[in-house]
Structure formats: structure tokens, C-alpha cells
Design a protein. Structure first.
Length: 147
């Protein structure tokens, strides 16, 4: 399984990602779990651990951008923020690509674990001024009709 959703510390949902989606169905399962969180109608925070992701496929980046576009249409964003742990440039490039097409719907903090050590106790007090942390502000897409 590409993504494992752990709700033990809800409203924090830790998503451990491993390898890459083996199929479109595998990626669909990831998106369906995300959708279920919205259907439950409770605010939540994502903690994505991408440290074991390998060679992401560009087609899933485009699909993720389309998914974010659909989330943007919702009346209320239950996702309050996302923290994404990364340790590979390829994953960073993929995230930059996704967010250049569709900016996030909530605050995103990209944490380079090669430069910054993060633990769950810091989730409410992330300082984007720290070396190794990049803040991405939610906004509307520059060009909304492409994807």
C-alpha cells in the first residue's frame, strides 16, 4: 500500500507514504482516504511522511493538482494545515510542481529532514523562519482553467 493513514492522534492524521503508487487504484485509495476525512466533517491536520517515497510519477502529480482544485470548491476546508516531511530533491520537485499548478487549500510546511528534526510536539509551533522549513501559503491558482 502506497499510503497508510494513522488517526491515533486525531485531529492529527499521519500519512506514511512508501515507494510509489503501484497502480491508479492504489493512488485512488489514497485520494479516497483523504475524501473520507472531509466527509466526516471534522477539522484535521495532515502530517505526511514522504521519506520512503521513491521516483514519483508525474501523472500522479497532475492528478493531485486536479484533486486540490476540486477541494478548493468546497464551502469549508476541514484540512487546517499540512506538514510534509521530505528528504529527497525529487519529492521536493514534485511538490513544487503540484503547488505551482494548484496552490494548497491550507497552510503547508515542507520540512527537509536532512536540515531540520521535527517531532509531533512541534505541530502547533512550526517556525517557517527555521533553516529547512518552507512555508507555502494557501491561495487561488494563477491560471485556473488549465487543470
Amino acid at each position: 500500500m502506497f499510503a497508510d493513514f494513522n488517526r491515533d492522534n486525531f485531529p492529527i492524521v499521519k500519512v506514511s507514504m512508501n515507494g510509489k503508487p503501484e497502480s491508479d487504484e492504489d493512488f485512488d485509495n489514497f485520494l479516497n482516504e483523504w475524501t473520507k476525512l472531509y466527509e466526516e466533517r471534522n477539522d484535521f491536520i495532515f502530517l505526511f511522511d514522504t521519506e520512503n517515497v521513491s521516483n514519483p510519477d508525474i501523472k500522479y502529480s497532475i492528478r493531485m493538482s486536479q484533486y486540490i482544485k476540486n477541494l478548493r470548491k468546497k464551502d469549508y476546508q476541514f484540512l487546517q494545515k499540512s506538514i510534509i516531511l521530505i528528504n529527497r530533491n525529487k519529492v521536493r520537485w514534485m511538490l513544487d510542481f503540484i503547488f505551482s499548478i494548484q496552490p494548497p487549500v491550507a497552510d503547508v510546511y515542507l520540512i527537509d529532514t536532512n536540515k531540520y528534526t521535527f517531532d509531533l510536539s512541534q505541530i502547533e509551533s512550526i517556525n517557517p523562519e527555521e533553516n529547512g522549513i518552507t512555508y507555502i501559503k494557501p491561495s487561488k491558482p494563477f491560471i485556473s482553467s488549465i487543470f
